[in-house]
Design a protein around this ligand. Sequence first.
Ligand SMILES: NC(=O)c1ccc[n+]([C@@H]2O[C@H](COP(=O)([O-])OP(=O)(O)OC[C@H]3O[C@@H](n4cnc5c(N)ncnc54)[C@H](O)[C@@H]3O)[C@@H](O)[C@H]2O)c1
Length: 250
Amino acid sequence: MQLGLKDRVAIVTGSARGIGAETALALAEEGACIVVTDIDGDAAAAHCAALQGAGHRAIAVAADVTRQADVERLAQAAVAAFGGVHVLVNNAGFVRDARLTRLSEADWDAVVDTVLKGAFLCTQAVAPRMAAAKWGRVVNISSRAHLGNPGQANYSAAKAGLLGFSAALALELGRDGITVNTIAPGFIETDGVRKLPHYAKIRDNALARTPIGRLGVPRDIAAAVCFLASEAAGYITGATLHVTGGRYAT
Ligand SMILES: NC(=O)c1ccc[n+]([C@@H]2O[C@H](COP(=O)([O-])OP(=O)(O)OC[C@H]3O[C@@H](n4cnc5c(N)ncnc54)[C@H](O)[C@@H]3O)[C@@H](O)[C@H]2O)c1
């Protein structure tokens, strides 16, 4: 199948490492021009250099998705470098886990702002540019945790919020040729999860509950993003794709 991503311009937030970095690479391998962007500017530059070293077209932009000025600068950089924006992957996010009674307001705000406000600001910045081209793909990276995980009220709320955000925008932006979809990954081995306290216990628990019988890898999510960003997925919008190895509520 031809994905039709050649020469498309893709912004992937939080793409210095992990799922975002692999997604940027997979889109680049399909011929897209990549904007590697992350709050960690040095790591974004390093991943951009690796993509360029492999012969791909890429730029790096240091940006915090929760800051509107950063996000507008990011969109402008994409247009200046590659002439437009066609694909946005709202991937930046992290966990700050605590049971309700111990969950701080700061950790609530950090997670909800990065996941939800970040997706809002980035989509708002690029949607007019996509609409001008009458073609756009927004892919929001949620989580299986949108179904609820104990100790993750902030993360589960933010990731469930992304489903509502996507559903509303699918209705709003369809006429502009823009699709908006969500991917809900299960446990994917990345630096982000490896540094969690009790990582080994979380990993073993995830593996035991995953019918496919292995842990997820970033390429599993990158492949799903490439499909939803592709020409082939043009009639899919407002959908949530679970990429969990068959694991759902528990
Ligand atoms: N790894 C998993 O098991 C898993 C499962 C479900 C969902 N997810 C989601 O996938 C996404 C990527 O996860 P990962 O495991 O690759 O994480 P990761 O920690 O490896 O990478 C996340 C990147 O986001 C960046 N980032 C954080 N805050 C930012 C901000 N305000 N602005 C810009 N960049 C910011 C970080 O610097 C980091 O480079 C996250 O949204 C995460 O919630 C991951």
